[in-house]
Design a protein around this ligand. Structure first.
Ligand SMILES: [Zn+2]
Length: 428
């Protein structure tokens, strides 16, 4: 039994066909993956090609042990190898076995809309706006075309902008409304005819497929297409990116059902943001701008006040130390909601006012840890205090310093109490 070749597969002859009775022609074990490669007499599953991703679907076969039952084998991938359409499946099949090939239509319909849409977008961009398509991709969520000025473009180094793109979008949407036919022609490729440039290098014979959109466009393409521009529903251009040093310009776009899905996602975001911002979508930008300005002011004020609290606290504690009958050799202080600025500011005031004592300030929560700053009259003493942290906290505290000052960071403060207790009994 022979197999239909890529170029003349059932899915290419009729892109709306969703299932076909077929026969297994070849089976081989795939290298490494444990999967199997199956070639069928014909198929409605399109293999990756022409910029269009592969279809997915199932092969439904009779259960030999229970003829009333069927077994559905998932098709994991569909690849073109030469002119063969290869179905990648997780289990082996018998040559000669009959199967029903069932297409995942939702995925395919989306590919048809995006791919036929790209043909129309590229045709309008080229013929009416002098922008050539030099590359394209059908992505999972969004697609792109890379555009470059055509030889006819009045400004060869022109840059695209959203203004031009919205004009292109408007024209494409007009053509969608005109409901032009999208027709696929076949011709047999042979050596006497010039091979279309876009055909893969490993194909030198077989059927060449031409896709025509009304009188607007005629291009060789192996993909599956909608039957009229109306089925594209609508184009939305999403954004413009400069790529490869600005030589090409990448235009992100979606057609049809993807526009509806994108709008739905946008509405859901609006609905989630509304109560958070306490306003409607029309005021989001204004509200967020105002709130971020307010936040900047509050953060600056908090920073200044934290420093002031650190200095005042240092002042109070040193006042107590200086008036105490028993001279202290070390001041240990921890503040859970403090930050690095708090620790530095406090230590600075303490050593200025009490140069004879060692000051140890730590900040941060037990779980997340934070900064430690140590300063004192001599390096040997500072080193003894650092050792207390090393013994109690191990690798969770790391840092460095010079002479009479050391600072570090803790990833948690589980060992803090033990370190503080060890410092209190040092002979500094
Ligand atoms: Zn195409």
């Amino acid at each position: 039994m022979t197999s239909a070749e890529v170029g003349a597969l059932a899915c290419q002859r009729d892109s709306y066909r969703q299932s076909i009775d077929s026969t297994v022609v070849e089976v081989s074990a795939a290298k490494d993956s444990g999967n199997f490669h199956v070639v069928l007499s014909d198929t409605v599953l399109f293999p990756t090609g022409g910029g269009q991703p592969n279809d997915l679907g199932t092969l439904v076969l009779k259960d030999v042990s229970n003829p009333q039952q069927t077994i559905a084998v998932q098709v994991l991938d569909v690849q073109r190898i030469g002119l063969k359409c290869v179905h990648v499946v997780p289990r082996s099949l018998e040559v000669g076995q009959t199967v029903v090939v069932v297409l995942d239509w939702k995925r395919r319909w989306d590919h048809m809309q995006q791919h036929s849409g790209q043909h129309l977008l590229s045709a309008i961009a080229e013929t009416e706006f002098n922008w050539d398509t030099v590359g394209w991709m059908l992505g999972k969520e969004r697609n792109y075309v890379d555009l470059s000025p055509t030889a006819n473009h009045p400004a060869p180094s022109a840059q695209l902008d959203m203004g031009i793109l919205l004009q292109i979008e408007e024209r494409v949407n007009q053509v969608i409304r005109q409901n032009l036919s999208v027709i696929v022609h076949e011709d047999d490729h042979d050596e006497t005819k010039a091979k279309p440039e876009s055909m893969p290098n490993d194909i030198d014979r077989g059927v060449v497929r031409w896709v025509e959109i009304g009188k607007l466009d005629r291009n060789p393409c192996c993909g599956t297409h909608v039957k009229s521009t109306a089925e594209l529903q609508v184009l939305k251009i999403l954004s413009l990116e400069r790529i490869r040093g600005g030589k090409h310009q990448r235009v992100n776009f979606v057609f049809g059902d993807r526009v509806v899905a994108a709008l739905q996602a946008s509405l859901e975001r609006d609905r989630a943001l509304g109560p958070l911002l306490n306003t409607g979508p029309e005021s989001f930008v204004e509200t967020v701008t105002r709130q971020s300005q307010q936040l900047r002011i509050v953060l600056k004020r908090t920073k200044d006040q934290t420093k002031e609290i650190a200095e005042l606290l240092a002042f109070k504690l040193t006042l107590e130390l200086n008036s105490s009958a028993e001279p202290a050799q070390v001041l240990v202080h921890h503040r859970e909601d403090g930050d690095a600025d708090f620790a530095s500011a406090m230590v600075k005031v303490v050593v200025e006012r009490c140069p004879q004592i060692y000051c140890v300030v730590t900040v941060g929560s037990p779980k997340e840890g934070g900064m430690v700053v140590i300063q004192g009259p001599n390096a040997v003493g500072v080193d003894q205090i650092v050792k207390c942290f090393a013994n109690a906290c191990g690798d969770s505290v790391k840092g460095g310093g010079r002479n009479d000052k050391w600072q570090g960071k803790a990833v948690n403060w589980k060992g803090l109490a033990a370190a503080q207790a060890a410092i209190q009994v040092l002979h500094l």
